[in-house]
Design a protein around this ligand. Structure first.
Ligand code: COA
Length: 250
């Protein structure tokens, strides 16, 4: 791959967007590489995925403005569809995906982070949806995921103003989970990923699905879905083993 660096340590895969000269902007080529990689990660034995950006400055400065400045609605639709394809895959993949936001996460970069399950950020991170400053609305799920994560009033403030917010402000509105000093961001994210990788990947995957489905379902439907998902967990060897180990220890 040209734009995605992939490193694997035991069950943990780290994807680093590597287009530093353009602040890791998400060109069509980058998005194509994401699709191919996610197709593999969906089926392989990895248990936790980390996404970050190369260099000290940016997680990703978003969709490629140079490319967008020369296209019309037909290509824009294709670009939007490609963005949605990648971000939906991330959201639906039944493994925890953590964004380590190491600098600017703007526009599509912020939307990429929003599609991840957990967001850790360095103190220098700046997040935002500046699309309206370019004459467009967010197009890779920003209006919908931001709304669901931070609520409509805050989502509208960020989208209408296009302002960049600091990691502190992002934390205060629940947009990120934690601020970690830059020099420790990746090591602490990996340590956290390791904790997740020791837990049941089946149970985490099903929990991810339940939380995601529950976001849009009514409470009764969400609770029903939980009952049957919970029951399905009792069909796995993994559950049997984990419970046996617990009772044997006693
Ligand atoms: N798409 C394409 N190229 C981008 C980019 C993007 N989204 N964001 C930055 N770049 C490129 C710049 O054009 C520049 O390339 P060059 O060196 O060939 O001229 C390089 O990355 C460095 O960016 P630069 O603007 O010089 O860095 P800066 O430190 O002055 O500013 C930002 C950093 C993030 C504030 C600024 O780059 C920016 O506002 N980017 C656009 C963010 C955005 O609106 N994203 C949403 C897109 S819908």
């Amino acid at each position: 791959m040209k734009y995605l660096k992939v490193e694997r340590e035991e069950d943990i895969v780290q994807i680093t967007i590597s287009r530093q000269d353009k602040l890791n902007a998400l060109s069509l080529d980058v998005m194509d590489e994401f699709i191919s990689l996610l197709d593999v990660l969906e089926k392989d034995s990895s248990r936790v995925i980390i996404i970050t950006g190369e260099g000290p400055k940016a997680f990703s400065a978003g969709a490629d403005i140079e490319y967008m400045s020369n296209i019309g609605p037909t290509d824009a639709e294709k670009y939007a569809l490609r963005g949605h394809e990648v971000l939906n895959k991330i959201e639906k993949l039944e493994k925890p995906i953590i964004a380590a936001v190491n600098g600017y996460a703007l526009g599509g970069g912020c939307e990429l982070a929003l599609s991840c399950d957990i967001r850790f950020a360095s103190p220098n991170a700046q997040l935002g949806q500046p699309e309206v400053t370019l004459g467009i609305c967010p197009g890779w799920g920003g209006t919908q995921r931001l709304l669901r994560i931070i609520g409509p009033a805050r989502a509208k403030d960020l989208i209408f103003s296009g302002r960049k917010i600091t990691a502190e402000e992002a934390l205060s509105m629940g947009l990120i989970n934690k601020i970690i000093p830059s020099e420790n961001l990746l090591s602490e994210t990996r340590a956290y990923a390791k904790v997740l990788s020791k837990n049941s990947s089946f149970a985490i995957g099903i929990s991810k699905m339940l939380v995601n489905k529950g976001t849009d379902a009514n409470l009764d439907t969400g609770l029903k879905l939980e009952i049957y998902s919970w029951a399905v967990c009792f069909s796995t060897k993994d559950r049997e083993e984990r419970m046996r180990k617990f009772t044997e220890k006693k």
